[in-house]
Design a protein around this ligand. Structure first.
Ligand code: NAP
Length: 263
């Protein structure tokens, strides 16, 4: 059953790369207005440009905004929200996707200052705070869909993943509680838990070391950002009475964070 979700305002954090960029494409291509959020405005503008190129034939029907925001900073989030044009403020679909991992240190070795702050401020507080900005409007309008991009790492913990796993476990808890708190409304809340997806995620995790970054994807056909965007769009486009609560997706040869068959 193919259904289309269109004419909605969709705000995506981390839309300058990977899963967020793929989400921007699928929502836009299906006729939605998209707000692309991230720190690298040049990359967001490139995504915007690519989307708008496709649209030229369709007489500029759908809007694309590229908005600079650092979700690890409350001030930056507040500024982003207050600068949204009036006709784009009532966000219908919020995709809390921005996130990162830094390193694979054992807990005994982790940088409990800068790195821990960056992960928790982005992956956890960022999701809480961006949601906090748009939830009151959704409650008032009695509609909306919130996607939190967590990870299988949020429930399948592994040594060397301390900071990241803990951050995604917090996202799982937050998402579950949020769904319970809005149960009397028409707002839908979906937790998205991907396994290995080939994006810039690994490059960020290993501080730009391309050799190390390739390793997790060797000998396996990993998921693509488009696979996860397809999951998200699928859930968003179900009839209103259908709430897909959790989407857990892995590559065919992955069975958990640690059980992976490589050839
Ligand atoms: P990616 O290609 O590195 O993209 C990450 C996005 O997050 C970028 O657009 C980045 O944009 C944005 N971002 C990071 N920190 C930010 C901040 N402080 N403020 C605003 N935006 C920020 O990685 P990805 O794989 O698409 O990751 C997307 C989400 O999927 C993350 O939450 C990640 O934990 C989750 N995930 C990924 C995998 C995987 O295997 N790749 C698996 C499970 C879950 P800027 O740098 O421009 O700010």
């Amino acid at each position: 059953m193919f259904r289309q979700l269109s004419n909605k305002i969709v705000l995506i954090t981390g839309a300058s790369a990977g899963i967020g960029e793929a989400c921007a494409k699928i929502f836009y291509q299906n006729g939605n207005h998209v707000i692309l959020c991230g720190r690298r405005l040049d990359r967001l503008n490139k995504v915007k440009e690519d989307l708008e190129k496709q649209q030229q034939k369709e007489a500029n029907k759908y809007k694309v905004l590229a908005v600079e925001v650092d979700v690890s900073s409350l001030d930056s989030i507040k500024k982003m929200v207050s600068n949204l044009p009036e006709d784009m403020k009532n966000v219908d679909v919020l995709v809390n996707n921005a996130g990162l991992a830094l390193g694979t240190d054992l807990i005994v070795d982790i940088d409990s200052g800068k790195d821990l702050d960056a992960i928790m401020d982005t992956n956890v507080k960022g999701v809480f705070r961006v949601t906090r900005e748009f939830l009151p409007g959704m409650i008032k309008r009695n509609s909306g869909h919130i996607f939190n991009v967590s990870s299988i790492a949020g429930s399948m913990f592994y040594p060397n993943g301390g900071m990241y796993c803990a951050s995604k476990a917090a996202v799982n808890a937050f998402t579950d509680i949020l769904r319970k708190e809005v149960v009397a409304t028409k707002i839908r809340v979906t937790n998205v838990c991907p396994g290995l997806v080939e994006t810039e995620f690994s490059l960020v995790r290993f501080s730009g070391d391309a050799e190390k970054a390739k390793k997790p994807y060797l000998g396996i056909d990993p998921l693509t950002p488009e696979d996860i965007a397809d999951n998200i769009y699928y859930a968003a486009s179900r009839p209103e009475h259908v709430q897909i609560t959790t989407i857990e997706t892995m590559a065919n040869n992955q069975a958990s964070t640690t059980v992976i068959h490589r050839t």
